[in-house]
Design a protein around this ligand. Structure first.
Ligand code: FAD
Length: 363
């Protein structure tokens, strides 16, 4: 078989690349080793008819109007602002930490200036912020760090805060006001009919063929292509010749509750200190679906399994750079996406990266 472009992976990186290349007149074959499109953003109804995200809750948010406009060609949207509570000391308190969190935790009623003064007083002065522990201590001090971050990080990464790059903790802000939205981006929406429908629309061109349950290794020698877009793990493309890039994985435990309409007040509740799981998602909050029962999912981080999160440590970045140097020599292969670029990308960033790659190829 001969195609203009072979795309490995049917997640956002692969689907956007395929859509753009097909729109520019190329024939495209998309393969994925899973039996469905959508990558980790895939959603499907569970056995009780509730739309769930089998690879973890996916909330779309972006500040980039261009990316929102591009995706809007393939879906209608439902406005949704994600809110997260943390179960700490028997209370449910907003995350990211804000005025309500601090007042609720300590039984205070400080105004914004009072919260600022408190944070100024408890902040640990750190000259050079190197690790996530430095970043958190320098921002909120020891007590809030221990109650909200230390245990969660240990569960999520299997590492102490001090062992992780500062960039991980830097993702989570601290607020002195009452804004309890998890994200503050301009555009916060969920695809109205779900992510899988969005992907179906993106891959609907007659120039695109999709082959599922197909690993790249099975077709590597069988299919001729002018250009390859690879969105799988970059170390696997090179047979792990310098060693494996470490990933953190997750085990998901689904539960349906037939006898109640809701389980928790918001879409996500974090458990930084109790239980082996990190968080519970209740999908009806995300999707707005109306149903008599409700479906929830607990997440248990683990070392083995699907590669979900690149582990942000300096030595892993150094290993990635060795693979990236090999990739830079490839004239006919582009590496795009979370696994191929070993980056903690959100969906909008992956879409942006794929649009750029396609544009570089004249699409
Ligand atoms: P993927 O979605 O992983 O797609 C890669 C595809 O390539 C997979 O389907 C895989 O099966 C396939 N593949 C890999 N190797 C091969 C091979 N050798 N042969 C054939 N196929 C192969 N982002 C947000 O913006 N908001 C969120 O709320 C959010 N929540 C998240 C929650 C979790 C638990 C996780 C893990 C991620 C979350 N993300 C979120 C990030 C989001 O999932 C990614 O940005 C996005 O899915 C990356 O798209 P991708 O195409 O790069 O990778």
């Amino acid at each position: 078989m001969k195609v203009d472009c072979l795309v490995v992976g049917a997640g956002f990186a692969g689907a956007v690349s395929a859509e753009r290349l097909a729109a520019s007149g190329r024939t495209v074959l998309v393969i994925d080793r899973r039996d469905h499109i959508g990558g980790n953003a895939y959603d499907r109804p569970d056995p009780h008819g509730i739309l769930v995200h089998p690879y973890g809750p996916h909330i779309f948010h972006t500040n980039a109007e261009r990316i929102f406009a591009y995706l809007s060609r393939f879906t209608d949207w439902r406005f949704y602002e994600h809110r997260v509570l943390a179960a700490v000391d028997g209370k449910l308190l907003p995350m990211p930490i804000n005025r309500t969190t601090i007042n609720g935790l300590y039984g205070w009623s400080l105004d914004e200036a009072g919260i600022r003064a408190h944070l100024d007083a408890v902040r640990v002065p750190i000259d050079t912020v190197r690790t996530s522990e430095d970043a958190v201590l320098a921002s909120i001090g020891t007590d809030l760090c221990d109650r909200f971050f230390r245990g969660y990080t240990r569960k999520q990464w299997g590492l102490d805060l001090a062992e992780l790059s500062a960039s991980v903790a830097a993702r989570i802000p601290t607020r002195t006001g009452d804004d309890d939205r998890y994200f503050t981006d301009r555009f916060q929406f969920m695809p109205a009919a779900g992510y899988t429908r969005l992907f179906e629309a993106m891959l609907s061109s007659p120039r695109i063929t999709v082959r599922l349950s197909t690993d790249f290794s099975q077709v590597r020698d069988e299919i001729a292509w002018d250009h390859l877009i690879f969105t799988g793990p970059i170390d696997s493309f090179y047979g792990h010749r310098f060693g494996r890039l470490p990933y953190r994985s997750l085990r998901f435990e689904h539960q349906h509750l037939a006898d109640r309409a809701t389980f928790q007040p918001v879409g996500q509740v974090n458990y930084p200190n109790d239980h082996a799981f990190t968080r519970i998602t209740e999908f009806k909050h995300l999707t707005g679906q109306q149903a008599a029962g409700t479906s929830i999912m607990r997440e248990y981080p683990c070392a083995d399994g699907e590669p979900f999160y690149p582990v942000p440590r300096p030595e892993n970045e150094a290993l990635y750079q060795r693979y990236k140097a090999l990739a830079a020599e490839e004239a006919r292969v582009s590496f795009v996406g979370r696994l191929a670029e070993y980056r903690y990308y959100n969906m909008d960033q992956v879409v942006g990266a794929a649009l750029k790659t396609a544009a570089d190829l004249g699409a």
